[in-house]
Design a protein. Structure first.
Length: 135
């Protein structure tokens, strides 16, 4: 192994363990730290509500605030979305931990002027019937 191979390998290899997705997921979950926080919140959510958290619903809440922030300040959507999602997940984690301790069924969340009356609304929905028209 010589120095040129080492340098080439340094600059062409990808970090192991995290690959950023595209679309809504990549915009919101843009770092391994946020992915880990989301996994912790999902476990707490399942423990409190008995059903999985709907990631798509979380993205739908997060992205309008990120787009508004981007319109105000410019920059990149994934950084704004990551900041909004980080604040939201922090507040959700605190509320869900408290609900686990108190054995509460209904958990609400308030961050400044933003309010979710019942976090159960963020549960993953069932698929239902297909919308495809079959001839």
């Amino acid at each position: 192994m010589n120095i040129s191979n080492t340098i080439k390998k340094l600059f062409t290899s990808k970090p192991a363990g995290f690959a950023r997705s595209t679309g809504m997921t990549g915009q919101v979950i843009a770092s391994p730290q946020l992915r880990d926080k989301l996994e912790r919140v999902e476990k707490l959510y399942k423990k409190v509500h008995g059903v999985p958290l709907g990631r798509y619903k979380l993205y739908e809440i997060t992205l309008p605030f990120a787009r508004e922030s981007k319109a105000d300040t410019g920059g990149y959507i994934q950084y704004d979305a990551q900041a909004v999602a980080g604040k939201l997940l922090d507040a959700m984690e605190q509320a869900l931990r408290q609900a686990v301790r108190n054995e509460a069924q209904e958990v609400s969340l308030v961050i400044n002027n933003f309010r979710i009356d019942n976090l159960r609304k963020l549960a993953r929905a069932g698929r239902g019937k297909s919308k495809k028209n079959v001839a």
